[in-house]
Design a protein around this ligand. Structure first.
Ligand code: MSP
Length: 496
């Protein structure tokens, strides 16, 4: 069995989970489900990043201890993932003992090796981004990333000898062109490394809310050094290295440069791929605390369903590009693709079978659409390999449209009056497509896919059967099995 280790970033707990966090996690979930369906041994990791000044400040302003704050807030991420049907295999929190142990060991090992050393730090720090900046990097004296005020830090500090890995990193990028993805973001990283790597500060002297440095209790580990190591803590050595780290573009550099440099220093194999997706705005504006315009995915569930949201996030924007979340966009996409196209195909096919054939059809030799599904599967596989989720859904959408057009052309509601056998053959072709679609939509819309599978008359475990049906659409087809039309899959929405 091919192992597949996939991760999301671990999320800061000082913000409530929003649609941006859900995006990465849903994408990772879809890939994890697809790989499991393909027979892979998947390990899907997510979690929360709980140390650092930002958390300490948030706790202080709320009058709670940092531990109380992180316990409460981390749970919100877990709860949302449960609601969004996320199939993660582990959930790591950086405040767990298993993680403190890893960080301590790594720190000691690098110290012993000379790749971590004690020196003095004097530079600018942005608490909001938890990032260090050179004076020359500031924008009008403020953080070049978020525009907020930076503070001057002058303190004793431990450094990671990142500079020693410049050449090795460049060699690695060169030999592994798939590592930095998507391609359009790769060059920026290569240029950054080529421009010369500095050693990086990996400790904080005044920050108490962090992992204490072994044998030097005044210091705590810098939150990014701590956070990146979560992937190592949670991994069984047997599945190392990760196959894909997914993240938003704003933290690509940490994963593309500092993280592999750390792993090189530890003599550990490097991840196969780091993939940075784009950012969502909300109704045309950047989501921010000050604007209070974070989109809460949970609030959308009653109207659009978990699967409506999962579908929209992956269909609307090519993975890697930026996108805008709008209620009008969500409603339009939901209505056109799910209610009017996919839902309608199920509803009309099953109604015709129930009305004219007592709900059950005889076997029929596969026609053109069903024969074309092997080619579609090939395209779907290729798109998943490129993390092109929107393409996967476009390919499946085209199958739905083709089947709807086929029904329109054949008009089985008329045909049944003149040539019942031909009408049955038409509907059998459609039913075979429905079974295949249930399997194909499973990674993106697991709950709806299970409903579709049941409506097509199947009572076996969809996730077990899916690969077989995808590869051979007639697999498990039982003549005479009754379909179960049941509930409407996607209820049409009025304009928001
Ligand atoms: N804790 C760090 C990551 C450490 S990983 C070793 C962090 N956390 S975060 O809470 O700020 O989450 C950042 C991630 O959330 C992004 O990389 C991205 O995956 C997701 N997103 C947050 N806002 C987003 C958008 N507006 N749009 C798309 N994704 C966004 O950084």
């Amino acid at each position: 069995m091919k192992k597949f280790f996939i991760t999301t970033p671990i999320y800061y707990v000082n913000d409530k989970p929003h649609i941006g966090h859900a995006y990465t996690t849903v994408a990772a979930d879809v890939l994890a489900r697809w790989r499991r369906l393909e027979g892979g041994e998947v390990f899907f990791l997510t979690g929360t990043d709980e140390h650092g000044s930002k958390i300490a400040q948030a706790a202080q302003s709320q009058g709670v201890t940092p531990q109380e704050l992180v316990d409460r807030e981390s749970q919100k991420f877990r709860d949302l993932w449960k609601d969004l049907n996320i199939s993660n295999d582990d959930f790591i929190r950086t405040t767990e003992a298993r993680h403190r142990e890893t960080v301590g060991k790594v720190f000691e090992r690098l110290l012993k090796k000379g790749d971590v050393y004690k020196g003095h730090y004097e530079d600018w720090y942005c608490v909001s981004c938890e990032s260090f900046w050179l004076e020359s990097e500031l924008t009008e004296g403020n953080c070049p990333d978020c525009g907020r005020k930076v503070e001057k830090l002058k303190e004793e500090s431990y450094f990671f000898r990142q500079s020693a890995y410049e050449k090795k990193l460049l060699e690695f990028y060169d030999k592994n062109p798939e590592f930095l993805s998507p391609k359009k973001r790769a060059q920026e990283m290569v240029n950054f490394v080529k421009s010369g790597l500095r050693d990086v500060s990996v400790s904080r002297l005044k920050e108490k809310w962090g992992i204490a440095i072994p044998g030097d209790a005044g210091h705590t580990v810098y939150v990014w050094f701590d956070a990146l190591l979560n992937y190592l803590t949670a991994s069984d050595p047997k599945i190392w290295p990760p196959d894909i780290h997914l993240m938003g573009k704003e933290i690509f550099r940490f994963h593309a440069v500092l993280w592999p440099a750390l792993l090189l220093a530890l003599d550990l194999p490097l991840p196969k791929k780091v993939f940075a997706h784009g950012w969502w705005t909300a109704e045309g504006e950047k989501m921010s605390k000050s604007k209070g315009n974070f989109v809460d995915p949970r609030a959308l569930i009653p109207d659009y369903g978990v699967d409506g949201i999962r579908y929209f996030l992956l269909r609307e924007v090519p993975f890697g590009a930026d996108g805008d979340f709008s209620m009008a966009g969500l409603t339009a996409r939901y209505n056109s693709d799910l209610a009017n196209n996919l839902g309608n195909l199920f509803s009309r096919t099953l109604t015709l079978i129930e009305k004219n054939f007592g709900g059950a059809l005889a076997a029929a030799p596969p026609g053109d659409i069903v024969q074309g599904l092997a080619g579609k599967l090939k395209l779907v596989r290729d798109a998943y390999d490129r993390l092109a989720f929107s393409e996967v859904l476009e390919i499946l959408g085209a199958v739905v449209t083709e089947a709807n057009r086929y029904i329109d052309e054949k008009a089985p509601w008329n045909l049944v009056k003149t040539d019942k056998a031909a009408a049955e053959k038409t509907l059998a072709e459609c039913l075979a497509v429905l079974r295949w679609l249930a399997c194909a939509f499973y990674p993106v819309m697991p709950a709806s896919a299970a409903l579709m599978w049941g409506q097509a008359g199947e009572d076996s475990d969809l996730s077990q059967e899916a690969l077989k049906v995808l590869e051979d659409p007639m697999h498990g087809w039982t003549p005479g099995r009754k379909v179960q039309k049941g509930q409407i899959l996607f209820q049409r929405k009025n304009k928001p």
